[in-house]
Each structure stands twice: as structure tokens, then as C-alpha cells.
Ligand binder design. Structure first.
Ligand code: G3P
Ligand code: CA
Length: 269
């Protein structure tokens, strides 16, 4: 009936906790994963980069200044780039105090530590490969860590893992290395480029600022590498009004620092 079709058209988007529930706990830490879980949110987003000694860690910026005490601990190591520090050095840093005293002592997690915590909560992971130009081969390395942690088995790749990047070559590399893994291309590519991207990306994930209802329908009309319509997860939506607006456009997911606010706005639980 028309009512059933209307219900289908307003299918609730997935709510994804951006860098964990990062309005309430320090971004990209295990505490932010725990906070998302405590709020009942089953998808978390994170950012992956590489250390000087080739280990993968979870951090947004390409340097350590904003979200750790690296400047105090290593005063002579300006400009405090992630890639200039070993994993052991980064493990000494406090990644929580900048956010609030309650989080003093929170650490920058390795990717392995991070996915283990996501597993503890039975959550799902939207993993962003950050700055892949700085880290040649990071795609294969990320897949290796995920594989070692059991994240490339069927249960995970079927609906629990998406790997995304702003870099189209990086997303293509992930798809070619492990075609079963679902992928997302961040940004708002022109419609002319969508046929090429639909070969290797299951999702197109734009800022909500660049989104329109027409763009969402256009993207949905393409078929992705797994034979399903391309999806759209949009970011970073932190108000109820914007969440309702983008849901009205028909997006498939809303990436937010305030997953409780967005979930309530969308009428979910
Ligand atoms: O997941 C989308 C969003 O995280 C992309 O931007 O800068 O927050 O990593 P950024
Ligand atoms: Ca991100």
C-alpha cells in the first residue's frame, strides 16, 4: 500500500558515533568507544595513522599536539607529527586530559587495541584511513591488522566493517586487496565521477553542508561493487534539526559527535 511505501521511504538512518561519542569523551580513545556503547550506539567511526616504526594508531590529526600532551613530554620534538614518533613513545602520552580531568591517563590506542574494544561491545566499525599519502601501503597494513584481529571473517565483513577515506586511490586499494570489505569514499564527488567510483566504493560520504535531496537520489541510483545501491553516510551532524533534515533527504547514515541527540531526533532507540 501507499502507507507501506511511505514507511520504507522514511527508513531511519544508521547513527554512527564520530571518533566515538566524542562530544562526551576524548575523541578516538577507548573511553569514547565505551561512551558510545553506554549510550547504546552500535556504530563507531575512527581515524587511523602510522607511527615512525610502522604501527597503526587511532588519531585524527597528523600531529599529536591538539589531543595529547606530546609538547610537554617531548618538548624538543616539534612539530610533533605522528609519523616522527614510535608507538612506544605515543603510548606514554596522555590523550584524555585535554578533554577533561576525568579522562586523565587515556591513551592513544593502537588499531588492534581499538578493534578489540569495539568487539567487546559487539559494535560495528567505520574505519577511516587518514592521510594515506603520508603512509604508503597503509591500506594493506590496515587490512592485515584487521585480519589478525578476526575482523575479516565473514561475520565482520558482512555488515560490521566499512573502510573509508577521502582518497579515492586509497579506497580503490582497499577494495582491490580485499573485495569483500565494504568501502566508503569521503567527500562530495561530482556526478560525472560517480560511475568510476561505484566500481570500488559502496558508499559516498559527504559533509552535510554540501548535501541536497537531489544529490542523495543521484548517488542512490548507482550500483556499488557488491551489486547494491550506493549508500550515503553524512557527517558531522550534531543538531536535531540537521539530523531530521538529512534523514528527510534519505541518507543511510548520520555520523555525529552526539549520537544520543541524533538518535532521539530520528525517533530511534
Ligand atoms: O567520518 C567522516 C568524518 O570523520 C570525516 O572528517 O575530519 O572528522 O575525519 P574528519
Ligand atoms: Ca574521520
Amino acid at each position: 500500500t501507499a502507507d507501506v511505501r511511505a514507511d520504507a521511504a522514511v527508513k531511519r538512518p544508521t547513527v554512527i558515533a564520530h571518533r566515538g561519542a566524542s562530544a562526551y569523551a576524548p575523541e578516538n580513545t577507548l573511553a569514547a568507544v565505551d561512551k558510545a556503547a553506554a549510550l547504546g550506539i552500535d556504530w563507531v567511526e575512527n581515524d587511523v595513522q602510522r607511527t615512525k616504526d610502522g604501527k597503526l594508531v587511532v588519531l585524527h590529526d597528523d600531529n599529536l599536539r591538539r589531543t595529547t600532551d606530546a609538547e610537554e613530554v617531548f618538548p624538543s620534538r616539534a612539530p610533533w607529527k605522528v609519523r616522527d614518533f614510535t608507538a612506544a613513545e605515543i603510548a606514554r602520552l596522555d590523550a584524555g586530559s585535554w578533554f577533561g580531568p576525568a579522562y586523565a591517563g587515556a591513551r592513544v590506542p593502537t588499531l588492534a587495541q581499538y578493534v578489540r574494544r569495539v568487539d567487546v561491545h559487539q559494535q560495528k566499525l567505520l574505519l577511516e584511513i587518514k592521510n594515506p599519502d603520508l603512509y604508503p601501503g597503509i591500506e594493506g597494513q590496515t587490512l592485515k591488522v584487521l585480519g589478525n584481529e578476526g575482523w575479516l571473517d565473514r561475520r565482520h565483513v558482512a555488515g560490521r566493517l566499512i573502510v573509508q577515506s577521502f582518497s579515492a586511490p586509497s579506497v580503490r586499494a582497499v577494495h582491490q586487496l580485499k573485495p569483500a570489505v565494504k568501502t566508503g569514499l569521503l567527500g562530495t564527488p561530482s556526478v560525472a565521477n560517480l560511475p568510476a567510483y561505484a566500481v570500488f566504493a559502496d558508499q559516498i560520504n559527504p559533509s552535510y553542508r554540501s548535501l541536497s535531496s537531489g544529490y542523495v537520489s543521484t548517488v542512490h541510483a548507482f550500483t556499488g561493487p557488491h551489486g547494491r545501491p550506493l549508500e550515503i553516510f553524512t557527517w558531522t551532524v550534531d543538531t536535531a534539526a540537521t539530523a531530521r533534515r538529512v534523514a528527510g533527504y534519505g541518507v543511510d547514515g548520520v555520523i555525529t559527535n552526539k549520537p544520543d541527540v541524533v538518535r532521539t531526533a530520528l525517533g530511534g532507540n
